[in-house]
Design a binder for this molecule. Sequence first.
Ligand code: ATP
Length: 470
Amino acid sequence: MAKENLMDKIVSLCKRRGFVFQSSEIYGGLGSCWDYGPLGIELKNNLQNFWWREMTQLHDNIVGIDAAILMHPRVWEASGHVEGFVDPLVDCRQCKTRFKAQDLIGQWRAKKKLDTLADADIPEGSEGDVAALRVIRWGDAVCPNCGTHGSLTAPRLFNLMFKTFMGPVEEAASVVYLRPETAQGIYVNYLNIMNTARLKIPFGIAQVGKAFRNEITPGNFIFRTREFEQMEMQFFVRPDDGDPWLEKWRDERFEFYIKLGIRKEKLRLHQHTPKELAHYAKAAYDIEYEFPFGWQELEGIHNRTDFDLRRHAEYSGKDLTYFVEETRERFVPHIIETSAGLNRTLLVVLLDAYAEDTQEGELRTVLRLNPKIAPIKVGVFSLVKRDGLLEVADRIAQDLRPVCSVFIDHQGSIGRRYRRMDEIGTPWGITVDYQTLEDQTVTLRDRDTLEQIRVNTVQLPQIIRERLAD
Ligand code: ATP
């Protein structure tokens, strides 16, 4: 399947079947904001719960938190976001297009327009871009959108944090930010959590929550949006243990996506070069997925050293050191961060699961989702609507509801009902027919193998429970 095509198919499937809708659609939509419909929220919750179980329940030293989105404004000064979370922007006075300066530099590099870059010795990478920003003759450059010469402005800094005001007065003193990452809510609570949960280093704190970034170039459906959700786990270690823990978490997080059912050949690790490292990181890896629009980051794993806790200690005036009773040692813990996007992972899950094949001469669309995250686990159908078959199907559905999400469908041919379930990734279909009335057996159909077996109705809850277990 053509790559561009796949993305279109996912967007259309999401809308058609109620996974994801454009926000405020009846008003023409709001740029880069999306709403999750009945199937989308089931899938997102399942994904979140899958992550949560992997990251907290299966570890004895990782606990959770849910911090507020609005935080003290000093947090963002300490974190470096007020000063550093900026993208230089360039506007075209002619066609009014707005560019990220970095993107323009990238385009010119690719075309080897060194006259615009003005200096052939500018190094590659982000450091080179910073140098380029200063030396480029912006006034002489050509706008790539409209071709006008001399219409670009010099780059201006643009902070990606959303601002709002707390309380009734809109003045500088009441500015607060919508958090651009969930991590800081963990750092500022580290002592509270450590003391109340009686944790000893090494330990981790996990959080899933909304983050907001006024991205200049959002897009690719739910890949990059201005409002999104992160799944983060911050792991606190001894200062000299950072490197081995970074590797451990890198490997464990990579394995997570395999467990989730993502094809291994579509995943890769990218180690940050010194030039790529964020200001707070000593070493970092990205887990990347091959999206239809290229390899892109899905999760970042960083060794943030003691940067965050030191900064918060400095800005808050509080002692954030860790004390080891036995050895009387005192130190600022180092932090290994694993930070994944929930919505971006949901997109990966859909892209990776999407398949088309031909069944009985008809094209079938199927989402081969891991059953654990499938929005609906079982479809229940009765062959016909008469002779008491409907009632039996309803009873089976009732018995299964405490075990998993069930959908009853009595419309159309059995083949069409199966296909509707395949398209939304429902792993199993149960069909009640005349034989059911005689021997209490039903057909249990598997979405992937298409195998159909007859099982006794009383065994169904147990069978489904077992199939959903590890
Ligand atoms: P990018 O380079 O793609 O902007 P980043 O390196 O700034 O991402 P982090 O700050 O490390 O991203 O955030 C961790 C994760 O949060 C990313 O790997 C991604 O999955 C998710 N994420 C970040 N920004 C967005 C966004 N605008 N929309 C959706 N998900 C996002």
